[in-house]
Design a binder for this molecule. Structure first.
Ligand SMILES: [Zn+2]
Length: 420
């Protein structure tokens, strides 16, 4: 009988020792190693501000969750009410237009140039959401203003007003968290001139967009998707690519052909980039995506105010599981938990926001390396649960720091403020 119990006890101890043990990190467990050997050490330095650090990783889509940019529409008209879409047709037009813009960003065609390139057409983790200014259920987020002084858009001549902000200030001045899109008709006096072209055109003023020609051209809403996609690209920080350096190596300058043609140079150099002027405007390069995502990730950035703050509330379906070595050189706003699986190393060298109540789990044999400049926090004024270290037998998850880092907003713990 005694032997039986002894056997049972040893079975419990044996299997007990193989069960993983999970505990929240205590600060003595942090391995501080300023000389920690990282193969890509040089690549990690000062890349928080590089667009390339924000290119989505197709293996970890939840590491760059979709950012939804709030927009609304202001349809300008004269008191005659015949210069732009009526209230009956304007709401649907605006909704359809935005739907087609989201489709355009969502599809992201392969880049036509450079010819025969193998640049991936990545999924764009950005979309636009029509957002009313009030909670009133009848508020569609599409507004109509009748203003004989400010309704028109003039992009040529001495009365040029496209760059002016007066109409924006009058109708949206106090909203900072929704990007307003003004649909304005060309001025009838301009249209009457032989030299003025009332074509599809627009301008980004940073905190607002103006687009024009949509009503006058009489085209379907989807035909203006390129124009609005382009202006939204400007609003999120992109420049033209055809005639200037836009800071991206994967967007070559080009002759700005309207379409692919039969003759040189448009046979091989026609662009379909959203930020050139062409009939397609349907493709974004990885660097361009990275640049927009960077601007939406900057904590004090202007564009970030427009983003729905989906990173505040924990959504376990958005959890990130790291199963191979990864380096996060850019900031991340995670929406779920973060787990590093055995055998994998995640290196963080920028800001990572964890949603309320989320935790990071470092499995046995996995490593989390906080490189110089790493900051883990909650961006919403809440607290997250902290870092869980899992041990099994002799193997243990490891948190290694090399350089200055901080761990902030962990429930029940003091912040570990920048230290090296
Ligand atoms: Zn432009």
């Amino acid at each position: 009988m005694k032997i039986y119990y002894l056997f049972l006890l040893s079975v419990v101890i044996f299997f007990g020792s193989c069960q993983p043990r999970v505990g929240f990190l205590n600060t003595e467990e942090i391995i501080v190693n300023p000389d920690y050997d990282l193969e890509n050490r040089d690549d990690l330095v000062a890349h928080c501000r590089s667009a390339l650090s924000y290119i989505p990783d197709p293996e970890l889509p939840n590491a760059t969750p979709k950012k939804r940019v709030r927009v609304n529409f202001h349809i300008m008209n004269s008191s005659r009410k015949n210069e732009n879409f009526s209230e009956a047709e304007g709401v649907k037009y605006a909704q359809d237009l935005l739907y087609n813009v989201n489709k355009n960003y969502g599809k992201n065609d392969k880049l036509l140039i450079p010819k025969d390139n193998n640049i991936p057409n990545l999924k764009v983790p950005i979309s636009f959401i029509l957002t009313p200014e009030t909670d009133d259920p009848s508020d569609t987020g599409v507004y109509f203003h009748y203003d004989d002084e400010l309704y028109a858009y003039i992009h040529r001549g001495k009365n040029r007003n496209n760059y002016k902000r007066d109409v924006v200030e009058k109708y949206t001045g106090h909203y900072e968290d929704i990007l307003p899109i003004f649909i304005m008709p060309h001025h009838p006096d301009s249209i009457a001139s032989n030299t003025y072209r009332a074509n599809l055109t627009g301008i980004s003023l940073g905190k607002a967009l103006k687009i024009s020609g949509l009503f006058e051209q009489g085209k379907e809403s989807w035909e203006a998707r390129g124009l609005l996609s382009h202006e939204l690209g400007h609003a999120l920080g992109l420049s033209h690519t055809y005639n200037q350096s836009d800071g991206c190596d994967d967007t070559p300058k080009n002759p700005n052909c309207w379409t692919v043609g039969k003759k040189a140079p448009c046979d091989t150099e026609a662009s379909n980039n959203m930020m050139d002027y062409n009939t397609y405007q349907s493709a974004l390069s990885p660097c361009q995506i990275g640049r927009m995502y960077y601007n939406l990730s900057k904590v004090k950035g202007r564009q970030r105010n427009f983003v729905q703050r989906n990173w505040c509330k924990l959504d376990v379906k958005k959890s990130v599981v790291v199963s191979s070595d990864k380096s996060w050189l850019g900031a991340r706003d995670l929406e779920g938990h973060l787990t590093i699986l055995s055998g994998a190393t995640l290196t963080i060298s920028c800001r990572v926001s964890m949603p309320k109540d989320a935790f990071i789990t470092i499995e046995p044999g996995a490593k989390l390396v906080l490189f110089d400049g790493a900051r883990i926090h909650n961006d919403c004024g809440d607290q997250w649960q902290g870092i869980r270290i899992v041990s099994q037998g002799k193997l243990k998850g490891e948190l290694i720091t090399t350089g200055s880092y901080s761990i902030e907003n962990v429930s029940g713990h003091d912040d570990i403020l920048p230290q090296s």
